[in-house]
Design a protein around this ligand. Sequence first.
Ligand code: FES
Ligand SMILES: [Fe+2]
Length: 406
Amino acid sequence: MARRWPETDHAVIPNWVYTDPEIFTQELERIFDGPSWLYTCLEAEIPNPGDFKRSKLGTREVLAVRGADGGVRVLVNRCAHRSMQVCSANRGNAREFICPYHQWAYSLDGKLLGVPFRRGYKGQGGMPADFEPSEHGLETLSVATRGGVVFASFDAPNETLETYLGPKMLAYFDRVFSGRPLQVLGYQRQRIPSNWKLMMENIKDPYHASLMHVFLISFGLFRLDQQSSTEIDDETGRHGVLVSRRAEQAAEEATSQMRSFRQKFTLNDPRLIDPVREFPGDPTVVMQTVWPNLIVQQQSNAMATRQIVPIDAGNFDLVWTHFGYADDPPEMRERRLRQANLFGPAGLVSIDDSEAMLLSQAGIAAGEDCECLVEMDGREAKDAQHMLTEGSIRGFYQHYRTVMGL
Ligand code: FES
Ligand SMILES: [Fe+2]
């Protein structure tokens, strides 16, 4: 059934974009298999030649591999023989990949090295004489890396990663990924029973953050009285950042208000939210959304990438990779890990978002003909210097509609 967007602006979202399996299939084709740079992994996960890491881009499995030459390649994890998944370890080190089924062997850059009994045995069997191994390697993707982050694409994008992000978003990206070597601190993964786009909306939505998250409000981590902004890339609106700055003045007010809260809410271990300044400038929270599958979290000293892996219209996996810098002193590493308690499937803050997405999807599925409204602070895709806005969500849908032809 041909679908039509209900309005000319992007402030009204039809509920079927979250539920229709045909729309989901189209998203895979046009967004995830299309000319998008997809977050794949961190280079710190594959530091040495032969290191590999399995990842999922859209619904397709890939292997990010560090080659003998030090370069990173991303290969589709699918044998050229009968399509079996060649590698089933999540991470490891290999000299070559050997498919378990009939043991075709592939090099680290995906070339087919060997086919058992290719020439038959005692004159019997074997592959046809014109079988050309160079035509049967693992499918390889275009790769772009920056600041220790690996992106890949199924369809060579006609723009570099830098142009793709645009100058405004690149500056925020480089703030965390400055080239200082990273260190992975741990993983979390969860399946969230909602459409993947609700995750992007959630991070582009400061309006809820100051209202729903009791933990953030009670302990002064994200509040309406703090100077905040949302920004989108100028070109398309597809990427965004949500920035919160704790100016000295606001910090004092927040502290005084925190005292009044203290009677009711106190932390047994106040170190849980004990941030130290480590980046230039005054933002203390920068949540960046990179179209279509990456969230970069810098909240106090807790940093993570969150990778969105769509499963179907009503489910996605969220893969959290918590990281710090390789040269962090031990206290900083511990601080990052302590603060990480706020995030992940059972995180003191993130648990609210997971439930919000679940309940949103439930409401949406029960009203497929209805619409969602994102009119806070107007109807255009735009930046805002405050929290009471949905302008960044409208930016996302402005680009979404272009790509999807809706
Ligand atoms: S399916 Fe991989 S070797 Fe046969
Ligand atoms: Fe939230």
